[in-house]
Write a protein that binds this ligand. Structure first.
Ligand SMILES: C[S@@+](CC[C@H](N)C(=O)[O-])C[C@H]1O[C@@H](n2cnc3c(N)ncnc32)[C@H](O)[C@@H]1O
Length: 190
């Protein structure tokens, strides 16, 4: 029998609430072993992270690194971002996200967040504890190269920031705001 969507999914007209263990996902590539399970972000958490984010949204792309079934991409439409992109390693979750995004303007890409070519615009990067420390480091190396090529403002929203210490290793990343379950950082190589 089909499972009834939870209240957040019903409000968005999507199906994203069911969690999926990473070990059942047949993930491709060298970073598969570092992937966390799929779990969706509660809408009130994203609202809380965004409320004091004072940027000109029209100039920024929103990128969810480890986007799962795409719930955060649907929620991000509440702000006038220039673009909304999800990056997800699991082909099966990408297919579910594509169905969820059918009525939304966000798009999802099947790729490893560690090697994804980031848009050259200012960025709001979102992470919900998607992967282990080696992949967080690779993502930061990728971001640093991107910032060297295209210096611009980048904000990182990290929900359940298990690897906060890894971000703080970088001189060009500074924490801006923190709450019990998340931290927001600013990345600048200028
Ligand atoms: C905790 S879920 C978060 C889902 C979504 N961001 C949300 O908040 O609703 C983490 C997701 O990261 C994905 N993931 C893990 N490693 C990844 C990688 N190297 N590149 C892209 N996605 C990855 C997992 O498959 C999983 O769907």
């Amino acid at each position: 029998m089909a499972r009834r969507p939870d209240r957040s999914d019903r409000a968005l007209g999507i199906r994203a609430s069911r969690c999926v263990a990473a070990k059942t996902l047949d993930l491709p590539g060298p970073n598969a072993a570092h992937a966390q399970d799929y779990q969706p972000t509660p809408p009130e958490i994203l609202d809380d992270m965004m409320v004091d984010l004072d940027v000109a949204f029209e100039r920024y792309a929103f990128v969810d690194l480890g986007a799962g079934k795409g719930r955060v991409l649907c929620l991000a439409e509440a702000w006038p971002f220039a673009g909304i992109i999800g990056v997800e390693l699991s082909p099966a979750l990408v297919r579910e996200a594509e169905e969820n995004l059918a009525a939304y303007r966000g798009r999802i890409v099947q790729a490893d967040a560690a090697t994804f070519a980031l848009p050259a615009t200012p960025l709001v990067l979102f992470l919900y504890n998607p992967f282990g420390a080696p992949v967080v480091r690779a993502v930061l190396d990728n971001l640093e190269r991107s910032l060297e090529t295209n210096p611009r403002d980048v904000r990182l929203l990290y929900f359940e920031p298990v690897h906060d210490a890894v971000l703080r290793e970088r001189w060009w990343i500074e924490p801006e705001q923190a709450a019990p379950r998340w931290t927001r950082y600013r990345a600048r190589l200028m």
